[in-house]
Design a protein around this ligand. Structure first.
Ligand code: BG6
Length: 489
């Protein structure tokens, strides 16, 4: 008999079940897993929140949000099955004693529980204490923690310590949803399933790498959170460093969590520190001012609702990062990310070095070097720029730069792009940590990011303004131009 695709984890407990992440991402992801036959038939989904709700209220909430966020529409049979899994528990997260009520609801001999903390990280410790006091943690259980884990190295340690008093590292799943994106996962395949790239992925062949994660949205009403965080803590410390570590790591021996996490950690640790000595030449901070997007006026950051007019929080960051190791010595990784940029557009550009000798100088004094573009989102795909002869009889050979373009939507016949949370939820249920961030890596990432943030604080400079709808401050162009290079638009 074939083994079923689903695994034993059969109770998924979402703390903060009525929140934004839950309704937009977690519930739709679980619905998709159910639809694909990847949830154990006995699995229950327990929504935990502060509000006093009946199971009917919660069911209606789930149906409303699935209707809104499952783009291709709901299947009646799957929906009925999904709804029958739902359970709701009101809980005061801060009141340890009240977790006995949760214990009463959870009774039922399931093998593994997944506790998903979709609450502010400051209360992860309280929830852990509550679970422990109600005897709800066994070695088989898992906990999922959403970012941000702290807002600096020290505060991340506090949160990690609180949770790891009762959960071991192999039970803790720290989510960075970029690791669940199809195109980010594909970096492993591109690098390690193609000898063409595996053998040319180092300082001998690569001139530099650019990573751009641009968003057209502003802060979407999240002033309270965002103004304390800024783009460095919200995007660079986690999402951009995850992309960088997958691009820069040494080949892992296999796909196991141990191998992948060990190599990623080494890459992050190899980042050259940026501090007050070199922060000016290697970083740019920006903040969006009033501008236009798609022809419509949009307010600047300081004109957003609830803004503190004195805020000098950055909404754009550009960094020239370097790794101090054999593979990457002398190869810059230029990172840039910002809110209110012209479009949602994330891509990696790997610029190869030019040919050592040019036999086509008569027609091409400078032979353009190969360039690999990995489009992360939207319009996912991979593109390789290369030189090609233009067909024809002309006595002097005519050559031209062309591209091999592999568009995922065309190649895979518009197959639905699996959402990052579906992949990550599945991996949690299956007990595979390879797509989750280890404590050591979170700490290495904070160490590097903190040094930059401290240097910015010390320099006391305001972020450079850029018009909403532009590609960031001019200083970001100058930063890369100083190296005789330019951002690829
Ligand atoms: C989140 C950040 O982690 O990632 C948001 O907090 C950001 O500010 C979002 O908008 C971007 O994610 P995605 O998947 O839309 O690129």
């Amino acid at each position: 008999m074939n083994k079923p695709d689903y695994h034993s984890a059969s109770e998924i407990v979402i703390f903060g079940a009525l929140g934004d992440l839950s309704r937009r991402k977690l519930l739709p992801a679980l619905y998709q897993l159910d639809k694909a036959g990847l949830l154990n038939p006995k699995s229950r989904i327990l929504g935990v929140a502060r509000q006093t709700n009946t199971i009917e209220d919660f069911t209606n909430f789930v149906i409303e949000n699935l209707t809104e966020f499952v783009k291709e529409g709901l299947d009646d049979v799957v929906l009925a099955r999904f709804v029958s899994r739902l359970v709701y528990q009101q809980l005061d997260f801060m009141d340890t004693a009240s977790y006995t009520q949760l214990a009463a609801t959870l009774k039922g001999g399931h093998e593994t529980r997944v506790y998903y903390f979709s609450t502010p990280p400051a209360i992860y410790g309280n929830i852990t204490d509550g679970l422990k006091s109600a005897l709800l943690i066994t070695d088989a259980d898992r906990v999922v923690m959403e970012k941000p884990i702290g807002n600096c190295l020290e505060s991340s340690k506090v949160i990690n310590n609180q949770v790891s008093r009762f959960f071991k590292e192999n039970q803790i799943y720290r989510i960075d949803h970029y690791l669940g994106k199809e195109t980010v996962l594909n970096l492993l395949v591109l690098r390690f399933a193609n000898s063409l790239f595996t053998n040319n992925w180092d300082r001998n062949s690569i001139d530099h790498i650019q990573i751009t994660v641009a968003e057209s949205v502003g802060i979407e009403g999240r002033w309270g959170f965002y103004d304390d965080a800024g783009q460095m803590r919200d995007m660079v410390q986690n999402h951009l460093l995850q992309i960088l570590s997958l691009l820069a790591m040494e080949p892992p021996a296999d796909l196991s969590a141990e191998s992948i996490r060990a190599e990623k950690l080494k890459a992050v640790k190899a980042l050259v520190p940026i501090d007050r000595i070199n922060v000016k030449e290697n970083t740019v901070r920006g903040q969006y001012a009033d501008g236009y997007l798609n022809g419509l006026p949009v307010p600047g950051y300081l004109n957003e609702e609830g803004a503190n007019l004195k805020s000098n929080t950055e909404t754009f960051v550009a960094i020239k990062a370097e790794l101090d190791n054999w593979r990457w010595a002398g190869v810059p990784f230029y990172l840039r990310t910002g809110k209110r940029m012209p479009a949602k557009h994330s891509e990696i550009v790997v610029q190869f070095k030019p040919q050592a000798h040019n036999i086509f100088k008569d027609s091409h004094v400078d032979l353009p070097a190969n360039k690999l573009t990995i489009r992360l989102q939207p319009d996912e795909g991979v593109e390789l720029q290369m030189m090609n002869k233009i067909p024809g009889i002309a006595s002097q050979m005519q050559i031209q730069e062309n591209k091999l373009d592999l568009s995922f939507s065309e190649t895979y016949d518009n197959q639905r792009v699996v959402d990052a949370y579906e992949r990550l939820m599945l991996e949690v249920v299956n007990g595979n940590q390879s797509l989750f961030v280890s404590r050591d890596e979170v700490e290495a990432a904070w160490t590097w990011a903190d040094s930059i943030i401290d240097a910015w604080k010390e320099s006391n400079e305001d972020p450079k303004p850029y018009a909403a709808g532009s590609w960031g401050p001019v200083a970001s162009l100058s930063m890369i131009a100083r190296d005789d290079r330019q951002w690829v638009e």
